[in-house]
Design a protein around this ligand. Structure first.
Ligand code: SF4
Length: 199
């Protein structure tokens, strides 16, 4: 693999398809997507920060003890959106109330990438025939729900433009990174950009 020439899809899938799980990472930093692919094959404890491990455990615990017993919830459904070339999984879908839910360990602030991720899930679900009347992001640690407006009108146009820009990005493209992001990035110990900024 040739350094930053790597693109944001896996090698053996349709090269035009973008993984929904990587949209949030991409908005945080395009290089983190590249590093994710490099280190995905290693033990996550090598680079996962405590808060990420906690989030994973919280998801697993809730999945086992709460949602698995309720038929109204669809959990971890694989989704594909032909229109925008997106694929991935949704977190939860409430079949009774037609609500798409994405759980995060702890939300202190909502970021663009999180909107992009749930909007991609929304369009995929709609294309697959599911009705979605509302979107929520749920913060597990403090048990708070955040209502996300549906991507209609200008939100839809903004979503389409972000997807186009992500698809056009190549890892050889120049970009600068905010050192504050590098300071809280799980790859900061492994990333030459972060290392050069700290010198
Ligand atoms: S350390 Fe900084 S430049 Fe490197 S992947 Fe993380 S956020 Fe991006």
């Amino acid at each position: 693999m040739d350094g930053l020439q790597f693109e944001i899809q896996t090698i053996d899938m349709d090269p035009t398809v973008i993984l929904i799980s990587e949209l949030n990472d991409f908005v945080f930093c395009p290089k983190s997507v590249y590093l994710h692919h490099i280190y995905a094959r290693f033990d996550q404890s090598l680079y996962h920060e405590t808060f990420q491990t906690e989030g994973k455990i919280a998801h697993e615990t809730i999945d086992r003890w709460t949602y698995s017993t309720k038929k109204r919830w669809i959990k971890g459904l694989s989704v594909y959106c032909r229109k925008y070339g997106l694929m991935g999984k949704i977190d939860l879908y409430d079949q009774e109330r037609k609500i798409l839910v994405e759980r995060k360990n702890l939300i202190r602030k909502l970021y663009d990438g999180q909107y992009l991720q749930v909007y991609a899930q929304y369009f995929a679900l709609r294309e697959m025939g599911y009705e979605v009347g509302a979107i929520k992001i749920h913060s597990l640690k403090d048990n708070k729900n955040y209502d996300i407006p549906l991507p209609l009108g200008m939100e839809k146009i903004r979503f389409e433009s972000r997807i186009e820009r992500i698809r056009a990005f190549r890892f050889g493209d120049f970009f600068t990174q905010n050192p504050k992001k590098c300071a809280r990035c799980i790859y900061s110990e492994l990333c030459d950009t972060a290392i050069s900024q700290s010198k």
